[in-house]
Structures are given as C-alpha cells and as structure tokens.
Design a protein around this ligand. Structure first.
Ligand SMILES: Nc1nc2c(ncn2[C@@H]2O[C@H](COP(=O)(O)OP(=O)(O)OP(=O)(O)O)[C@@H](O)[C@H]2O)c(=O)[nH]1
Ligand SMILES: [Ca+2]
Length: 508
C-alpha cells in the first residue's frame, strides 16, 4: 500500500528539521570555541618591579621583586627574582669614609639595570632600609650616620629608577615586616580570611611567628592572644579583612656579631698576658682582636676595662658547656616589672604557635644539618657540643670552601642560638619543634625587605578585595555556552511545534 503523501511529506519535513539542527550544532560549537579562544587569549603580561636594599650591619643585599600589575592586591603574587650581595662590609662600616658607602652599591645596582627592562626602570621604586649597624653608628656618631645615608642616597639617585628614600628603620619595623614577609609567603593571611573559611572542615592555620637573627640585632615577633603589657611591644594590623594583635621586640646588641663581642668583652678580666682562652672557638683556633675595636661598639661601652691590653690573642678551647655558661652571662634574667619577661627586663607573653627562624638562625642550623625534619632539642645540643669539641684543623679540613669568618664562629653561633632560644625566649623540648628554620620560602628570601616593600607600595589591603567566584574568562565562556544552548532550545521548540510550512503549501 502506498504511503499517504501527507505522511511522506511530514517525514521529509522532519528530515529537514534534523538536518537544520545538525548544521546548527557544529555552528554553535564553533561559536563557543571561538568565544572561548578570543576571551582566553593570554593578555600581554604587565609586570611591575620593585627594588629593596637591605643595609644590614654585616653586609648589604639588593633584592628585586616582580608581580603582575593587575593582581597586585592578591596575596602571594610578589616574588623575588634576583638578589645581589654587595661586596665588602655593611654601610655602617664606612663611617670614616662615607663616599665609599655609596660606591659599594654600584655593582649590584648596575646588575639591577640589566634585570629590569629599560622601559620599566623609571617606574620601579627603590627603597633602602638600614638596620642595626646604622642604629649603632647613629648612637656613636649621628653626623657620620647622616653622611653615610646621604652617600648611599646620592648613589641610588644616580640610577634611572624611582628612588623612594634611604632610612634607618626601627627595630619594631624590622620585626613587623619580617613577620609580614613570612606569613605573606606562607599564604597564612588569605587562608585565615579567604572564602574557604566557610568550608565545613576548615581549620585556620593561624600565623607563624618570626625569629630573625642578624649581626647586630635580633627580633622576635608573634601573634599573641594574651594582653601585650608594654605599648612599645604591641602591633596591630588589619590585613585582608582580619585583625592581628602582634607582639614584637628587637634586641639591639643581641645579633650574633655583637653577642660574640659581648661574650669576649665579659671574659677580658680573665685574660693573662693578653691571652684570652675562649671556649666558644674550636681548640687550636686563634684570632687577634684589637680591644679598641672591641670597645668601639656602643653595646660594649659599659664593659670597657681601662687596664685591658691593646690586643687580645683569643685562643679557642672548644668547650660547649663553658661556652654556654659564658653566653648565658650576657642575658640578664634577674629583673622584670611585667607578668613575664624574656631577658633584660623586656616583656614577653607566653610563646604561642609556630615560628619561622631565618637569617643567621638558618645559616648556622643549615651548616649543622639541623633544618630538616623533626629534631629534638637534646639532639641539637648534642650536635653543637660535638661540633665545638672538634679541633680547628679538623674543621678546616672538613670544610675547606667555607669562609674562615663563618667557619670559625659556628661553635659560638650554635651555642648562642640555643641559649637565646631556650634561656632567652623560653623555648623548651616541648615546643622546640614549633620552630622551622627557613632560608627561602618559594624562592624568596625570608627577611623584612619584602614586607617593607608590600607596605610602602600599599600592596596589602586592609579589607579583603572583592573577587567574584568565577574568573572573567569562565564567566564569559559560561554565558556564551548557555546563550547558545538557549538559542538551540528555542529553535528546536520552534521547529518542532510550528505548523510545518511544507504542509501549508496546500497539500492537505
Ligand atoms: N654562615 C654564614 N653566615 C652568614 C652568611 N651571611 C651572613 N652571615 C652572618 O650571619 C650573621 C647575620 O647576617 P645577616 O642576617 O645578613 O645580618 P645583617 O642583616 O647584616 O645584620 P642586622 O643589621 O643585625 O640585621 C652575620 O654575623 C653574618 O656575618 C652566610 O651565608 N653564611
Ligand atoms: Ca638583617
């Protein structure tokens, strides 16, 4: 039997609909892909740069940072791309020849010119922050300190960057910016205040305390839930929408070089015929020290003995226990007018949370291979004691490539770090493993410089910047996909439910 004409035509018509849909679908997909490709075409990278000079007591380092300009308020986007160690000593050593302070920076600044694209040099800010070495020079001779600062300022102005100033930062700033740096790099700010705090299993990591051991001063900074009893030790921050009450203290004269001077100066009365037997150096080690140089530091001024010989022949005896006793003697734990003190009458709340220890803490612990994994306090003491007991000849043979200044001081430095942390701040075997010894975090050096730059360039907002849940690309892509889907649905409905045109043409 012949198929009725109408049914045949209906079938033809359905075929046309299917054909139309078949043609529309790939068209939709092509449109979608085109939109996605156009939308996600990588934008030209707009990178910004910043330079910070850390003019420390022992040396100056030049750090270069970069970040994508469109993301500068996000956390963790700034990273260190270069660092340059200035040859010679810190700028405070040029008190008698200030022009040399500026000249010393030339090489590293020339290197910065090679690293930063020429087009962007004019808009790249340069900051110089001087720390404890310059604080001590200012105490000794304010004019000399001024001259050194103008010398470095003139040098930095001569470069095609946007020079923003050279100044001596306070110990409080040094502690605060060190704390900001490590928590920024560890991602602790955003974890505490980001949207994922609303997730059911969210456990805030909290912030990490910062322990910085320099050559002339040392800083301890940590968030404290307890009342901070002295105003000068109290910091308050609002970062990414969260408030932080932070304790900080900078001990001038308790950096490792000044602490060594204190230890030696304390022992001068025991010297006979200019020979000073020092348990903090390996046995067989000898060092000639001028007493006028020793006493030139304001840290030592009240330990000066008028009858001291002009030179001291310091001879190592390599005895950890005796060294520890000498080192403990430079901490005064007898006076405290607060509920709790660290040492020298300085208020310190109970230690809280984890700590990142950097600068000389890291250099020394890394040398002693004590930075990886959980190592008990007893094991650390044992390692330092073993190192101190090694004869100097043996130490030199074992580490022929390490600079003598550094190598000769690891026994003292190891003992000093242990004493400062345990006897000074009150760490013990229970909370010892709350300390992590950090050199770099994600390729950036742990130190105050990054925090300083973040603050001066206003890159840490007080409130959490509004960020929509979807990125712009995802949003546009989804919008395009749903629009196409909607058009297809409308088209299908229209083709399915309208009276087929072909039937209208008078067949029925
Ligand atoms: N072993 C070792 N010691 C180092 C190294 N670099 C610096 N030091 C020493 O470690 C101590 C601290 O160094 P820094 O953190 O650079 O100190 P600084 O910034 O110059 O001093 P402050 O102004 O007090 O912060 C000083 O005694 C330096 O001589 C290193 O690479 N290895
Ligand atoms: Ca430092």
């Amino acid at each position: 039997m012949d198929e009725p004409k109408a049914a045949k035509q209906k079938r033809t018509c359905n075929k046309k609909v299917i054909f139309l849909l078949g043609a529309l679908f790939p068209l939709g997909v092509i449109a979608l892909v085109t939109i996605a490709v156009v939308q996600n075409k990588p934008l030209p990278k707009n990178i910004k740069y910043g330079i910070v000079l850390d003019a420390g007591s022992s040396h100056t380092s030049v750090y270069i940072y970069e970040w994508p300009s469109e993301k500068e308020n996000d956390t963790g986007v700034v990273q260190q791309i270069n660092d340059c160690k200035v040859e010679g000593n810190g700028i405070s050593s040029y008190g008698h020849e200030p022009t040399k302070a500026g000249l010393s920076l030339q090489k590293c600044m020339n290197k910065a010119r090679q690293v930063i694209p020429e087009m962007q040099q004019k808009e790249t800010p340069v900051y110089l922050g001087a720390t404890a070495g310059m604080r001590l020079l200012r105490l000794n001779n304010a004019t000399m300190a001024e001259e050194v600062l103008s010398s470095v300022e003139n040098m930095l102005r001569s470069f095609p960057f946007d020079f923003q100033g050279a100044r001596i930062i306070t110990g409080q700033e040094e502690g605060a910016y060190g704390w900001i740096t490590i928590n920024y790099l560890l991602g602790n700010f955003i974890q505490d205040s980001g949207w994922f705090k609303y997730m059911p299993n969210f456990k805030p990591t909290g912030t990490s305390g910062a322990l910085d051991l320099g050559g002339a001063s040392t800083q301890i900074t940590f968030e404290s839930k307890k009342e901070i009893e002295s105003q000068e030790n109290s910091l308050h921050f609002r970062l990414y929408g969260k408030s932080y009450d932070v304790y900080t203290h900078s001990f001038l004269c308790y950096g490792k070089d000044q602490a060594l001077r204190l230890q030696i100066a304390n022992s001068v009365p025991t010297a006979t015929d200019s020979i000073l037997m020092d348990p903090c150096f390996n046995s067989g080690y000898r060092r000639n020290t001028s007493t006028s140089d020793l006493y030139s530091s304001p840290c030592i001024s009240n330990l000066r003995i008028s009858t001291a010989p002009s030179f001291l022949d310091v001879k190592g005896t390599g005895n950890y226990q005796l060294c520890k006793r000498n080192v403990e003697a430079i901490f005064d734990r007898t006076r405290c007018t607060y509920s709790h003190c660290s040492f020298n009458g300085i208020f310190q709340p109970t230690l809280d949370g984890t700590f990142g220890a950097f600068s000389a803490y890291y250099f020394v612990m890394d040398f002693l291979k004590l930075t990886k994994g959980e190592i008990s306090l007893d094991k650390v003491k044992e390692t330092v004691e073993r190192h101190c007991s090694k004869p100097w000849d043996e130490v030199k043979k074992e580490f022929p490539k390490i600079k003598e200044k550094y190598l000769s001081e690891y026994c003292f430095s190891g003992t000093y770090i242990l004493t400062l942390l345990e006897f000074g701040y009150g760490f013990n075997s229970e909370n010892w493993n709350d300390i992590r010894f950090l050199g770099k975090i994600k390729d950036s050096d742990a130190g105050w410089t990054l925090g300083y730059m973040l603050n001066l360039t206003n890159m840490i907002p007080a409130e959490l910047p509004y960020s929509p849940p979807l990125s712009h690309a995802t949003y546009t892509g989804l919008m395009a996909a749903f629009s196409i889907l909607l058009v297809c649905i409308i088209l299908i409905c229209w083709l399915t439910f309208r009276k087929p045109k072909c039937l209208h043409k008078g067949i029925i």
